[in-house]
Design a protein around this ligand. Structure first.
Ligand code: GTP
Length: 369
């Protein structure tokens, strides 16, 4: 069974974390998100995967190569300019010669793919769209089906009085190859606003597959933090790396934890993490490889990427500190996003959704509220 994963978007809402890295490569519990996706597909016997790329394909290709060391066969389809979701699959058409899964590359789900495929075959669908319920459907594209789950209508971003269902397109599809014949080549074209409405108009059998499986699209920094909380709190079946090293603590190799450090799980530490005297790590927290947390510092409900060094009496809370940052003594990072390679001088207070672009240097006490 083959799958196409769409990994070509620029991830603008996720900036500055995506300034140098495509969204599917962002670390999620210390591994590129795409690795988790490939593991999920392998669990269903899907090991033949096409990555449909546009933004920073080099980063993805350099990491995965031919895919063999990750237990999959990878092919790449690279666009020169973004072709949109359906245009991107059209660009990979040479690889799509049989029933095929298509995934958005920024969704974590434990949807039962076997059940979805069985359903697709049983009803003879040309396209099956996974559907998921959301609390406020007005921000999404709604998918209305009749009792036998055949799709009757798509409503994009409805007004509250137009809401007839809470089911939205979950970004996982099964398609028959012939539908790609309706997608114009080398043209920006979307499934949601182009191919799916066209198939409906033509009366082609298109079905929805609703489920209450875990589902989150990791599209914004808030969702990025939320997905870590969900994984660490066990809301989705994804095992974080590391060995059990205490109550609520998973740790990698060669970590040094001062006996006076306080850890309140769930916490995941990468390899070679050091926690100084009286450091407090209050979960859900993920800290990457080769990070240091200095004495008296607090890291709470936060994600810290590899190689970041946190000084003494620092607070990092409800924030993301990306790779190779230095955060000097006494800084307060609360509700902020710090991109790769930043140097935050002592005494800075970065709060209220502030975002720091890659490589920035903030002299001591530059930003305070
Ligand atoms: P935003 O810019 O923040 O909206 O993020 P995005 O660019 O990733 O767009 P969006 O979240 O809507 O995309 C959903 C999925 O489709 C993601 O996995 C994207 O990587 C992928 N995607 C979006 N547009 C394209 C495209 O033009 N080409 C390819 N190959 N993939 C795309």
């Amino acid at each position: 069974m083959r799958a196409v994963i769409l990994v070509g978007g620029e991830g603008t809402r996720m900036r500055p974390l995506t300034c140098n890295m495509p969204k599917p490569m962002l670390p999620v519990v210390n591994r590129p998100f795409l690795e988790h996706m490939l593991d999920y597909l392998k669990r269903y016997g899907i090991s033949d995967v096409v990555l449909s790329m546009c933004y920073r394909p080099d980063v993805i290709q350099a990491h995965f190569g031919d895919g063999r060391s990750f237990g999959v066969e990878l092919a790449y389809a690279v666009e020169q300019t973004p072709l949109g979701t359906a245009g991107a699959v059209k660009n990979a058409e040479q690889h799509v010669d049989e029933t095929c899964f298509v995934f958005n590359g920024d969704i974590l789900t434990d949807l039962d793919l076997r059940a979805m495929l069985e359903f697709h075959r049983r009803v003879g669908a040309k396209v099956t769209i996974a559907l998921t319920p959301v609390e406020d459907p007005t921000a999404y594209g709604l998918v209305e089906t009749d009792a036998d789950r055949r799709i009757r209508r798509f409503t994009e971003k409805p007004a509250p009085d137009q809401v007839t269902t809470n089911l939205i397109n979950a970004g996982t599809y099964i398609i028959e190859p012939e539908v790609l014949g309706l997608v114009p080549p080398d043209t920006f074209y979307m499934f949601e606003r182009g191919l799916f409405p066209l198939l409906l108009e033509k009366g082609e059998p298109m079905f929805g597959f609703p489920s209450h499986s875990y589902w989150i699209d990791i599209g914004t920094p808030q969702k990025y933090l939320a997905v870590h909380h969900d994984i660490l709190l066990g809301h989705v079946s994804l095992q974080p790396p590391g060995e059990r090293a205490g109550d609520g603590l998973l740790a990698g190799k060669d970590c040094i934890v001062d006996p006076t450090a306080r850890i309140v799980g769930p916490v995941v530490l990468g390899d070679r993490v050091s926690l100084g005297p009286e450091a407090s790590i209050i979960g859900p927290v993920v800290i990457g490889n080769d990070c240091q947390v200095g004495s008296g510092s607090t890291v709470e409900e936060a994600v810290v990427w590899n190689g970041t060094s946190i000084g003494e009496k620092v607070t990092v809370k409800a924030s993301v500190a990306a790779a190779r940052c230095t955060i000097a003594d006494g800084a307060i990072i609360d509700g902020a996003i710090i991109a790769d390679g930043c140097s935050i001088g002592s005494g800075n207070r970065l709060e209220r959704g502030i975002k720091v672009w890659p490589g920035a240097t903030l002299a001591p006490n530059t930003i305070t509220f």
